[in-house]
Design a protein around this ligand. Structure first.
Ligand SMILES: [Mg+2]
Ligand SMILES: [Zn+2]
Length: 221
């Protein structure tokens, strides 16, 4: 019987070429305080919730500026082809992001991608230029992530025990997902993490590599 697959992909630095969440705070936050918050998160002394709370507290940005930032972004040139090949095989794709849904939404809209499920944190605008993070999935967090990808994959498996799971990612926020997936495509910090933890992974630079590997594995044709 043909295997059924579900794709869980990270967004920032994976589908989007940039880490848009990081760029948001580079453009509109206090550089030094945000750098310290990210460093504290990287070494594991704070969760991503705390990192985002601290970063958002330093930021001054309007909705229009955030939309403008989103519209400047580019996605991986081979992502759409990958997504279409998966759709043809009836494999669903879910974006799992420890970033924010608002810019993901505007970037997908720019590329006319409308039917992708997104599970992410979000941003609420307070008054004018003040923002605060919103964490819809934090109650299920492992303590390191605000939106733990491991949780979403475990939930998925309960409902779809016959379906194999692919995780594609580039960062520390993909760690918990990588530990749960059947196949991991990794680059940058996630690749480093997989090496350190002895997790099996396939390295990739862009979605052309993911397509090629999936064809070799007969997941795609
Ligand atoms: Mg990422
Ligand atoms: Zn986690």
């Amino acid at each position: 019987m043909e295997k059924n697959w579900h794709i869980f992909s990270d967004f920032d630095g994976t589908i989007a070429m940039n880490d848009v969440g990081a760029q948001l705070f580079i453009n509109y936050g206090d550089q030094e305080k945000c750098r310290t918050a990210v460093d504290d998160w990287m070494v594991g002394s704070i969760s991503s919730c705390e990192m985002y709370r601290r970063e958002c507290a330093t930021a001054a940005v309007t909705t229009e500026q955030l939309i403008e930032l989103a519209h400047q972004q580019k996605i991986d040139p081979y992502f759409l082809e990958f997504y279409q090949l998966c759709s043809r095989k009836k494999y669903d794709t879910t974006i799992l992001s420890d970033g924010f849904e608002i810019y993901i939404h505007y970037i997908l809209e720019k590329y006319n991608i409308s039917n992708l499920e997104v599970r992410a944190n979000d941003i609420r605008f307070l008054n004018g230029t003040q923002i605060t993070p919103v964490f819809p999935y934090n109650e299920h967090s492992c303590g390191r992530c605000a939106n733990c990808k491991g949780y979403h994959i475990r939930q998925f498996r309960k409902k779809h025990p016959q379906t194999q799971v692919i995780l594609i990612g580039d960062g520390f926020s993909d760690r918990c997902g990588a530990e749960e997936a059947d196949i991991v495509f990794a680059k940058d910090d996630l690749l480093q993490y997989c090496q350190n933890q002895n997790l099996t992974y396939t390295s990739f630079e862009n979605f052309a590599d993911v397509i090629e590997s999936c064809k070799k594995l007969r997941i795609l044709d």
